[in-house]
Ligand binder design. Structure first.
Ligand SMILES: Nc1nc2c(c(=O)[nH]1)N[C@H]1C(S)=C(S)[C@@H](COP(=O)(O)OP(=O)(O)OC[C@H]3O[C@@H](n4cnc5c(=O)[nH]c(N)nc54)[C@H](O)[C@@H]3O)O[C@H]1N2
Ligand SMILES: Nc1nc2c(c(=O)[nH]1)N[C@H]1C(S)=C(S)[C@@H](COP(=O)(O)OP(=O)(O)OC[C@H]3O[C@@H](n4cnc5c(=O)[nH]c(N)nc54)[C@H](O)[C@@H]3O)O[C@H]1N2
Ligand code: SF4
Ligand SMILES: [Mo]
Length: 704
């Protein structure tokens, strides 16, 4: 039987809207939802069908038999697995208290379900991946605008100029944003791109700055200096909505474009020419404040500087600028119901909210649990449940993490794959893939807010379950089932939609429910109340930072230069992989089987390395090393080497990914302790490595 459903992609967490065709329970076609993406989809999205039939993923619940990580599993029924976990959790709760259980997830629109579970259980310790992703940019936005990272959407399509600092959007994809950028370029808009290496995005850009690693903050300061010096900012906007501008003018004095150019290793006249262009293009100029800009020790301040550049443009709540997302209330309709349970009033084990008061309490900071776990301070952690999260891949230094996890009596992975963490766990609960499961309804805020839902395209081929059912079943066994008021997904959907007056059939036409026909914009002359800071204005000087003993305007410090023979380790994504969980995908592993390491031509020549040679990459201050092929190129700064994240997996059952390429996170030895006290995120780009030609290169053949 042929079937067509609208759904939501799950090959990465961008969650693009899709339409899926199937015949006799086999997916035959996937495309971007034609009503929103005009059919566009990325390679990963198209490879979803291969995920369903991949037998190298867990096919039923598994309980560990041998030592942790040894890979000896007992196949069990769902009832046995649920009972096993519930019994362990009950014992841990009695002996150590409910707070000794941590639940980590990928975050996202369905995290209310996971939070409800852990909060109802009695623990405040919910966390997610964001300390390695957008936490610095999130806190930067909060500290200035009073709203977090998702407090603005970027109207790229209507912009005259988009400026991206390491936001490598044509590899680190978000399809809607990519389409908007291409439309902007087609209409004559400009794209400026800043990176330490040339990329897909840099190639499409009208201006490319190749900077010395870790100097983005200097470049942004140089730009701010030139804009202020030449009075190219929107003075009316600043007068109306911004505090701290005088302090900024005093601070910026010495940070001239000439100084910035020297620091970044670029030309002064390129910076002044850029500012000249921006002045013509303003106010429709968007400085993207970064997504995963949490890499250098000053990235929080770099992101703040990018927000300041937006403020100088006065581009908030206008076409071609930063638009405040709207919700159901703005459309005069009632919102959906979502699972929710208040956080227990117990100190978090990561210290967020009591030891570190300036951070957003929401998901806290995952890395701060690890060392606290080793020291059992403020209290012991005895169980870690990872729901769609792979700490051993996403957080640095898995060896160190294992010391903390060894303190636990229970480790659970709820995953569609064997994750690096899952392989070390006591129980693996296999979730059905995104094409085989439904999910709760979510609200997608924006200038045109809508309701979205994922609907299964095919029935599960293995003995896997959707997360809404997994959490319900566990909750029932832990006597917290009343927080999950449903038995079937249909009951959950009806409960969610009840206040809105919509029904599930309203999704049938387009796959989503639009809450408004027209874009909703607030009156730009009356934005009072939109900035959730103490003063209600955009605050360049933040009292919260002051109170935490942190400056709002950080004097610039030049990044450390690698010592002789060493390189800064920088990382990023490939357009055909999503972190570590697609490396073993049958189709995607064919497209990119290995992560060759980029090294500058001159640096390589000094080390006797030729393109395609095997090289050893050795972590600083550790014996950990990996061997991989070299990609010798002039398009990377000589101080850095670059690799795509997610490779170097060590799960024997994943035959396509096993030991393919090397892992950046394993080379980041000691980095769990190197984090940004202002932004909260881990300084992933502050790791250094040595590189040498590997002795494992095949001997040259002697011609006879
Ligand atoms: N060294 C280094 N560290 C990094 C990064 C880097 O580039 N280098 N990148 C950082 C960034 S930006 C991020 S966002 C994080 C990402 O870190 P994570 O959030 O841990 O990574 P993901 O690979 O997105 O997903 C984690 C797990 O979710 C599983 N999964 C995928 N789909 C599903 C599903 O439908 N259901 C369930 N239950 N599980 C699913 C995957 O198999 C995987 O094991 O890593 C960060 N850490
Ligand atoms: N295909 C694909 N798309 C994805 C994802 C995926 O896994 N695969 N993941 C999604 C997620 S979770 C995230 S967070 C986003 C991340 O999207 P982005 O924020 O765009 O992050 P990365 O891909 O990590 O980009 C890293 C870039 O920063 C550059 N860089 C390193 N040092 C510096 C520096 O000092 N200055 C500057 N300016 N650049 C520097 C690197 O060379 C690299 O090109 O992508 C999302 N989209
Ligand atoms: S970017 Fe690609 S993989 Fe990610 S959600 Fe969109 S289509 Fe799917
Ligand atoms: Mo991310």
């Amino acid at each position: 039987m042929k079937k067509s459903v609208y759904s939501i992609c799950g090959m990465c967490t961008v969650r693009c809207p899709i339409r899926v065709e199937s015949e006799n329970n086999q997916v035959t076609w996937i495309e971007g939802n034609p009503h929103l993406l005009d059919g566009a989809l990325c390679a990963k999205g198209s490879a979803g069908a291969a995920l369903i039939s991949d037998t190298e993923r867990p096919q039923q619940p598994l309980i560990r038999e041998g030592a942790r990580g040894a890979g000896r599993w007992k196949k069990v029924s769902w009832t046995t697995a649920y009972d096993y976990i519930a019994d362990k959790l009950k014992t841990i709760k009695t002996e150590y208290g409910p707070e000794s259980v941590v639940l980590s997830s990928r975050g996202g629109p369905w995290q209310g379900m996971y939070k409800t579970f852990i909060h109802a259980f009695g623990s405040p310790n919910y966390t997610n991946h964001d300390c390695t992703c957008g936490r610095n940019t999130h806190h930067a936005s909060l500290s200035i605008n009073g709203v977090g990272r998702k407090g603005f959407v970027y109207d790229i399509k209507n912009a005259n100029h988009l400026v991206l600092f390491g936001r490598n959007m044509f590899a680190s994809l978000r399809i809607a944003e990519n389409l908007q950028t291409m439309d902007m370029l087609d209409k004559g808009g400009k794209l400026t791109y800043v990176d330490v290496r040339q990329t897909m995005t840099g190639i499409k850009a009208t201006r490319f700055f190749q900077v010395r690693p870790g100097t983005d903050y200097a470049l942004a300061l140089g730009m701010i200096h030139e804009i202020i010096e030449r009075k190219l900012y929107d003075a009316d906007f600043i007068k109306r909505y911004v505090t701290g501008f005088e302090e900024l003018c005093d601070f910026i004095n010495d940070y001239t474009p000439a100084w910035a150019a020297k620091e970044c290793g670029i030309k002064e006249k390129s910076i002044t020419a850029f500012v000249e262009e921006v002045a013509k293009d303003s106010p429709k100029v968007i400085f993207h404040p970064g997504w995963n800009l949490s890499r250098y020790k000053d990235s929080f301040y770099a992101s703040r500087a990018l927000h300041i550049l937006n403020i100088l443009m006065g581009n908030i709540e206008m076409k071609g600028g930063l638009i405040i997302p709207k919700g159901p209330g703005d459309c005069g309709v009632k919102g959906i119901r979502s699972l929710d349970c208040p956080k227990p009033d117990i100190k978090r084990a990561d210290g967020v909210g009591w030891k570190y008061k300036h951070f957003d309490k929401g998901p806290g900071l995952a890395h701060l649990f690890i060392n606290n776990m080793i020291a059992e301070d403020p209290y012991p952690i005895k169980a870690w449940i990872a729901m769609r999260h792979d700490p051993f891949c996403g957080l640095p230094d898995p060896q160190q993490q294992k010391l903390a996890m060894d303190k636990c009596d229970l480790l659970v992975s709820i995953d569609t794959h064997y994750s690096e963490f899952g392989w070390y766990c006591d129980v693996i609960l296999p979730e059905s893939t995104y094409l085989e499961r439904d999910t709760p309804i979510c609200v997608q805020k924006g200038p045109k807010p809508r309701l979205a839902v994922r609907r299964k395209a095919v029935d599960p081929v293995f003995d896997t379950k959707p997360s809404w059912e997994i959490f319900k079943q566990l909750a029932e066994r832990l006597d917290i089932g009343s927080h999950f008021p449903y038995n079937t997904i249909e009951e959950l959907w009806d409960w969610q939609l009840e206040p809105t007056g919509f029904t599930m059939s309203d999704f049938d036409d387009k796959g989503f429910i639009s809450l408004t026909d027209e874009v909703i914009m607030y009156d730009r002359d009356n934005l009072d109340g939109q900035f959730k800071t103490p003063s209600g204005k955009i605050e360049i000087i933040s009292k919260k930072l002051d109170d935490a003993g942190l400056p709002s305007l950080l004097p610039y410090e030049s990044p450390e230069k690698p010592s002789k023979g060493m390189f800064r380790l920088v990382y990023g994504r490939s357009a055909v992989h999503a972190h570590g969980h697609t490396i073993n995908n049958p189709l995607l592993s064919e497209l990119m089987p290995e992560n060759k390491v980029w090294i500058n031509k001159r640096s390589a020549a000094k080390l006797g390395i030729n393109d395609g040679d095997l090289i050893d990459v050795i972590a600083q201050g550790s014996s950990y090393s990996g061997t991989v092929h070299a990609h010798v190129t002039e398009f990377i700064h000589p101080e850095a080497i670059y690799m795509v994240h997610g490779f170097g997996r060590q799960i024997p059952l994943q035959t396509r990914a096993y030991h393919a390429g090397i892992s950046d996170q394993k080379l980041m030895v000691g980095k769990l302790d190197d984090w940004d006290k202002a932004g909260g995120a881990i300084n992933l780009c502050e790791a250094f490595v040595a590189v040498r030609r590997s002795a494992r290169n095949p001997k040259r053949r002697v011609e006879l």
